[in-house]
Design a binder for this molecule. Structure first.
Ligand SMILES: Nc1ncnc2c1ncn2[C@@H]1O[C@H](COP(=O)(O)OP(=O)(O)OP(=O)(O)O)[C@@H](O)[C@H]1O
Ligand SMILES: [Mg+2]
Length: 255
């Protein structure tokens, strides 16, 4: 079972957009997919049409308590795609587990307990922060995808993510593999093209062959709680997200 986290400590880089739409595309290809929302904003659930405000139980009860996975995972309108929903409850997680020696491994242990064959992939939507929650995400993930919004400070955020991985490898002896770096919110400007060129030089093997262009349809889809494949299946945004999802599928690490 692949465990792919969408991470960038910087906010608004399309982590959630990629996570839910890649999940939907993999589900459409017949895979059984679980999306784990690790963000108090609950945007993965909202983007999949699940009303997460006031929802209980949530992923907080899975991580901080001993509620079983089956009591937390909910179906989504998309066949083959289930969700571990999050909302503001998750803000209490770091304090709730502060004195537990396994506090950084909670998500990893819960995913380890999933019966073999239940899901083909778990896609983890990380929050825009450096926190105990992000540490749980990096410990639990076998792979990461870094979406990089093509703005002036983007390279900084990407470099910091790579430093976090290096620090983790030094401290724990392992870190998730970097599967893909995806340029996002692309608009044709000289600066954007320069940033893509620098990403290509820094990540020659990991840079995606596709960029996610700026598209109002993608923003609209999210505001309606739909994936782009439901909302505007013939749009350029849908084509780009499908191509990126297929690239992630094709880059499965050797078992
Ligand atoms: N390609 C796109 N074109 C235009 N708007 C987009 C695109 N992708 C995402 N958006 C919009 O940009 C906003 C941020 O996207 P998203 O929520 O995926 O980022 P994020 O990295 O998950 O943010 P956060 O760090 O807050 O979790 C959302 O309103 C989303 O609808
Ligand atoms: Mg998000």
């Amino acid at each position: 079972m692949r465990r792919i986290a969408f991470v960038n400590e910087k906010g608004g880089t399309c982590k959630t957009t990629l996570c839910v739409n890649v999940a939907a595309h993999l589900a459409a290809r017949g895979l059984r997919v679980l999306v784990a929302d690790l963000d108090t904003q609950g945007h993965a659930g909202k983007s999949l049409g699940v009303d997460v405000r006031g929802l209980s139980p949530t992923i907080h009860d899975l991580l901080a308590g001993d509620r079983p996975m089956d009591a937390i995972a909910v179906r989504t309108p998309i066949q083959g795609l289930e969700l571990l929903p999050a909302n503001k409850e998750l803000a209490a997680f770091p304090v709730a587990v502060a004195s537990s020696p396994d506090r950084a491994e909670r998500l990893a242990r819960r995913l380890d307990a999933i019966p073999a064959g239940r899901y083909d992939a778990v896609l983890i939507d990380a929050p825009p922060s450096v926190s105990l929650v992000t540490e749980n995400v990096l410990v639990a993930a076998s792979e990461i995808v870094i979406p990089v919004a093509l703005t002036y400070l983007a390279l900084d955020g990407c470099a910091e993510m790579v430093q976090s991985l290096d620090a983790m490898r030094a401290a724990r002896g392992r870190a998730p593999a970097l599967t893909l770096v995806v340029p996002t919110l692309y608009r044709k400007t000289q600066l954007a093209d320069e940033i893509v060129a620098r990403l290509r030089a820094r990540f020659p093997a990991e840079l995606s062959a596709h960029v996610l262009g700026w598209s109002v349809k993608i923003d609209e889809a999210q505001s309606h709680g739909r994936t782009i494949f439901e909302y505007a299946p013939r749009s350029s945004g849908a084509r780009a997200l499908a191509a990126i999802a297929d690239e992630i599928l094709a880059r499965a690490p050797a078992a």
